[in-house]
Design a protein around this ligand. Structure first.
Ligand code: NAD
Length: 480
């Protein structure tokens, strides 16, 4: 089946002249095409969003909630199709697109719809009798720009709060993964989102739909998830129009394993934190630090687990790791491994492209890769690889490992594994990251702040933190 994707502007599915291919990462086959949005489509989408803002922002939150719940219901009831489209987009195995994954996409919409309808407001009575209170107005037109690695999760993560708080939206999905966003636009229409409230323009970044959205004078806020360098460019391009910015950027997480950790659980967590989504995951923890007494056993068993992962056909329910997103990305990941070896590290397992029989010989499969002997300043420990490649390094004491874990430009997430409660809290608090998981990985509560420090982002989203991104607080001071 060939997927012919369209933009979604002002409630209509529209095309634009130039189209680009949609490629299934696992086979390299073209499975459809998508339109490349130009300045004209961005202008139309922003104008539609601006026009719709007048009425959408004035709807009662409970009315917005009703419509957004229908949207969330539609996501859930089309879960199987969305899961399949996500795998065609990303190359991730179907088993990782579990019901839980799709439910999370729906929950992103549902949670913020409920939150906005039920949130409290602040009041600050003064000693002299004046009363201050705070109203939260929507900001206006929100430009949402998303990456290719977990598209459905991140698109809904931004659409949910933006719409629930009364903003209107222009979404620019990643060019490698247009299918899920296209389906979302169909479901939005079916669920009765009024025309112009939610628009999707497909296309590329620089000098294409992404940049035009970033520079558009009538876009009030940009919520962007993607690479740190892209964030830097967007920040510069958004400066003349002084947009509000929320950035969720790259990561280089540490997984700190103390010798007392609950062994089997710790191994499971470490494998997931390394190879979920082929390691193409901002929250991955590819720098594994293991306390020296446990190091040899860890290496032996972790390498064994990495070797035994079933890599291949993402549609096969038994497959545990799928295809990387594109040939150029696979080359980039292999390049990191090659340079790590040149710098003196050793590949304990993997490190190569995986050749599979047709039709997967056209895919971008890679062996799960474990590197030993890298030093913490090496490129492999400092730069985001975004593939199934981890380093394992022994450590001797807590202070040393905390310094190594904090010793990159990133600060998104980390994992700490130990049975010692006091140590778990101490180490977690010392890590310069936005999220720390203790004895687990990628457990998400939508009420908590999500985002990163340093080069991993600006601001936090989630729960009431999303108010800072998607609303304007207004102080009303009343003389009584
Ligand atoms: P990317 O920065 O290349 O692209 C992300 C999006 O930005 C795409 O839609 C792209 O078209 C657009 N874009 C690119 N250049 C642009 C420009 N000049 N102006 C406007 N838009 C532009 O990122 P990617 O390769 O798609 O995704 C991988 C990156 O995303 C990794 O660094 C990963 O860590 C990061 N990421 C972060 C989080 C998080 O929550 N912090 C989550 C997922 C992914």
């Amino acid at each position: 089946m060939a997927y012919e994707v369209s933009h979604f502007i002002n409630g209509e599915f529209v095309d634009s002249g130039r189209r680009f291919p949609i490629v299934y990462p696992a086979t390299g086959e073209q499975i459809g095409s998508a339109p490349e949005g130009s300045e004209a489509e961005i202008d139309q989408a922003v104008a539609a969003a601006r026009a719709a803002f007048a009425s959408w922002s004035r709807l009662k939150p409970s009315e917005r909630r009703r419509i957004l719940h229908r949207f969330a219901d539609a996501i859930e009831s089309h879960g199987d199709e969305l899961a399949r489209l996500e795998t065609l987009d990303v190359g991730r195995p179907m088993r990782e697109n579990s019901r839980h994954y799709i439910q999370r996409a729906a929950a992103n919409i549902r949670f913020f719809a409920d939150f906005a309808a039920m949130m409290p407001s602040e009041a600050y009575p003064m000693e002299n009798g004046y009363i201050n209170y705070v109203l939260r107005h929507p900001v206006g037109v929100a430009g949402l720009i998303t990456p290719w690695n977990v598209p459905l999760l991140l698109e809904t993560w931004k659409i949910g709060p933006a719409l629930a708080f009364g903003n209107t939206v222009v979404l620019k999905p990643a060019e490698w993964t247009p299918l899920g966003a296209w389906k979302l636009s169909q479901l939005a229409k079916e669920s009765g989102l009024p025309p112009g409230v939610f628009n999707v323009v497909h296309g590329f970044g620089p000098q294409s739909a992404g940049e035009f959205l970033t520079r558009h004078p009538d876009v009030n806020i940009l919520s962007f998830t993607g690479e740190t360098v892209t964030g830097q460019t967007i920040m510069a391009n958004a400066a003349p129009t002084l947009k509000r910015l929320s950035f969720e950027l790259g990561g280089k997480g540490a997984n700190i394993v103390f010798a007392d950790a609950e062994w089997d659980r710790m191994l499971d967590v470490s494998v997931r934190a390394a190879f979920f989504n082929q390691g193409e995951f901002c929250l991955a923890s590819p720098r594994i630090f293991v306390e020296r007494p446990a190091y040899d056993r860890f290496v032996e068993e972790f390498v064994q687990r990495a070797r035994s992962l079933r890599v291949g056909d993402p549609m096969d329910p038994e497959t545990q790791m799928g295809s990387l997103i594109a040939p150029e990305h696979l080359e980039r990941v292999l390049g990191f491994v090659e340079r790590a070896v040149q710098a003196g590290a050793r590949v304990a397992t993997g490190g190569r492209r995986l050749e599979l029989p047709a039709p997967f010989n056209g895919g971008n499969f890679m062996e799960p890769t474990v590197i030993l002997g890298a030093s913490s300043n090496d490129e492999i420990c400092q730069t985001e690889v975004f593939g199934p490649v981890v380093t394992v390094t022994p450590f001797d004491d807590e202070e040393e490992v905390v310094a190594w874990a904090n010793g990159t430009q990133y600060g998104l997430s980390a994992v700490v594994q130990t049975k010692d409660v006091r140590r778990a809290h101490r180490v977690a608090a010392a890590l310069q990251v936005g999220t720390v998981w203790v004895n687990d990985f990628f457990v998400r509560d939508l009420r908590v702040p999500f985002g990163g420090m340093k080069f991993s982002g600006i601001g936090r989203e989630g729960g009431h933190y999303s108010l800072e991104v998607f609303t304007e607080p207004v102080n009303i001071c009343v003389a009584v």
